[in-house]
Design a protein around this ligand. Structure first.
Ligand code: KIV
Ligand code: ZN
Length: 528
């Protein structure tokens, strides 16, 4: 049955709304926090991917969250192809008003309200009676509707809630004006048959349910997030809440790329459509990994590096004869291209820009383009072959560095087995170049000591990890550095054919993130 929705108009019968919560549920998990520029970069990529609703944050959670929701509403939220921008709120007036304020600039907006409905949560966490939960639902949804036509109401821990109470409170939310009803498996407890039973009961019993969009939001504590989401779709839900790479609280959320490809690959069993450009899935997954510093595991479905690798001889033989023997979807359909040779060192700026477009970068600024192009030229000199993945690593590295106060300029390193390593480093701080010479226990230590000399700080190194962007001994290194200062953790990334340069870039990136954190909480602490 078709639904008339305030943001989507008449929803076709088979249409599934893709609600992405990478920037809210995903971002709130340990180690995955992003700064405002990174969130905007991700929001752009998600918009180009084609998500319908983009949950930009939890506006009342912190000033940083508020600013991110507002900045996304002011930037992406103004585009003609803008998704609906959502902000999470608890069921209270202050939360709702904070979301409304942050979302004000967005052309299409949604206030998302959550309140727990299971006996366990109501009694021990909220310390509210069921009647009070119904009252708070009605009041907050009514208030939200004064600020947005599109209001989502979520029953936290729905899958462990009493079904009679759940039906009662959903009816109250709909009467108060909710246009989407979301029933999350907050703790990842449900089995697919539980989802089917819950949604079927709600659809059969709640008056007015046919006028709203039913939504599912599943956590992965038992590894069932995607299976439960598919079960919910088959039980009639019209919206699925997902994250890129399945990031999210604890074991994460149901992963966007897996759900979208399950629906597409098994259209025979799940005849639903959505607006996702599947060929951008890999690109967005990699961008998230670059920003957060966490790669997906090699065997991750769709976007893991082994997802389309065939090792067994019998499989390789089959794939060579006919790929369909062992591939249920084509690698190209999700963005894996043959790691094609890009451009040579004689290629010009226009060809480089064109390449970036085909790699899924919309418009990047002229300064970023120049910096990335210059680095590409140096890379083409240093490396025998430059692959698409090299260009992606290099451009992401440049884009992340936009607006940074501390910039890497150069590193001259003397290392080996005969003498202690010695690093000569130049950094640019607020436009002025400073240099230092330092030794250390190894080349990385010498380089980090030089950074400490130029920019004294008290942050300590918590993690140092190195990976390769492509294969071969001339591959670019991708380094992640985690720093800690006064309990705040930040991850920085850097890529270069020289591992120590990549390490210096990663360290500098992390320092810049710390500066942003300091400014947010202590505006006066701008100097090192
Ligand atoms: O898991 C959950 O219940 C949530 C809600 C806020 C939708 O993330
Ligand atoms: Zn959640």
């Amino acid at each position: 049955m078709s639904i008339e929705h305030p943001s989507f108009g008449k929803l076709e019968d088979d249409r599934i709304i893709i609600f992405d919560t990478t920037l809210r549920d995903g971002e709130q998990s340990p180690g995955f926090s992003m700064n405002i520029n990174e969130k905007i970069r991700m929001a752009e990529a998600l918009t180009e991917l084609g998500v319908d609703v983009l949950e930009a944050g939890f506006a009342i959670a912190s000033p940083g969250d508020f600013e991110s929701v507002k900045a996304i509403s002011e930037s992406i939220g103004q585009r003609n192809d803008t998704p609906v921008i959502a902000s999470l709120s608890r069921a209270g007036a202050m939360d709702v008003l904070r979301s409304a304020e942050a979302l004000r600039p967005a052309k299409r907006k949604r206030i998302h309200i959550v309140i727990a409905t299971s006996a366990l949560h109501m009694e021990h966490k909220l310390r509210m009676s069921p009647d009070e939960v119904v009252g708070a639902t009605v009041e907050s949804v009514t208030l939200a509707r004064q600020h947005a036509d599109d209001v989502e109401w979520s029953a936290e821990d729905a899958t462990r809630s009493d079904i009679d109470f759940l039906c009662r409170v959903i009816e109250a939310a709909i009467t108060a004006g909710a246009t989407t009803i979301n029933l999350p498996d907050t703790v990842g407890y449900a089995l697919p048959e539980d989802m089917e039973r819950m949604f079927t009961a709600v659809r059969n019993r709640v008056p007015g349910i046919e006028k709203v969009v039913l939504s599912t939001h599943n956590h992965n504590d038992l590894g069932l997030g995607v299976a439960n989401t598919i079960a919910a779709i088959r039980a009639g839900v019209r919206q699925v809440e997902t994250t890129i790479n399945g990031i999210g609280e604890r074991a994460g959320n149901a992963s966007l790329e897996e759900i979208v490809m399950a629906v597409r690959t098994r259209h025979d069993a799940i005849p639903r459509s959505n607006n996702i450009k599947t060929t951008s899935l890999l690109r967005v997954s990699k961008l998230l990994s670059t920003i957060t510093g966490f790669d997906v595991q090699p065997n991750k479905a769709i976007v893991g590096r082994n997802a389309f690798a065939h090792e067994a001889g019998i499989h390789q033989d089959g794939v060579l004869k006919n790929a369909a023997t062992y591939e249920i979807m084509t690698p190209e359909s999700v963005g894996w291209a043959k790691n094609s040779l890009v451009l040579g060192k004689h290629s010009g700026r226009a060809a480089f820009r064109d390449k970036l477009r085909t790699l899924g970068y919309g418009e990047i600024g002229d300064n970023q383009l120049n910096d990335a192009f210059n680095r590409f030229k140096r890379l083409a000199d240093a490396k025998k072959v430059v692959f698409d993945d090299d260009v992606v690593a290099l451009v992401d590295d440049e884009v992340m560095r936009d607006h940074e106060r501390i910039r890497f300029v150069s590193l001259d390193l003397h290392a080996g087995s005969k003498a202690p390593p010695r690093a000569e480093l130049e950094l640019e701080i607020d436009g002025a170049v400073s240099s230092a010479v330092s030794t250390g226990d190894g080349p990385v230590d010498a380089t980090f000591n030089a950074i400490q000399q130029i920019f004294p700080h008290t942050a300590t190194l918590q993690l140092f990890s190195v990976g390769a962007v492509t294969e071969g001994t001339d591959a670019q290194a991708k380094v992640t550095v985690r720093l800690e200062e006064n309990g705040k953790l930040v991850d920085g990334q850097g890529a270069d054919t020289d591992t120590i340069v990549a390490a210096a870039r990663a360290y500098v990136h992390a320092l810049n993130k710390l500066l942003v954190k300091r400014v947010r909480t202590e505006p006066q602490a701008l100097s090192a």
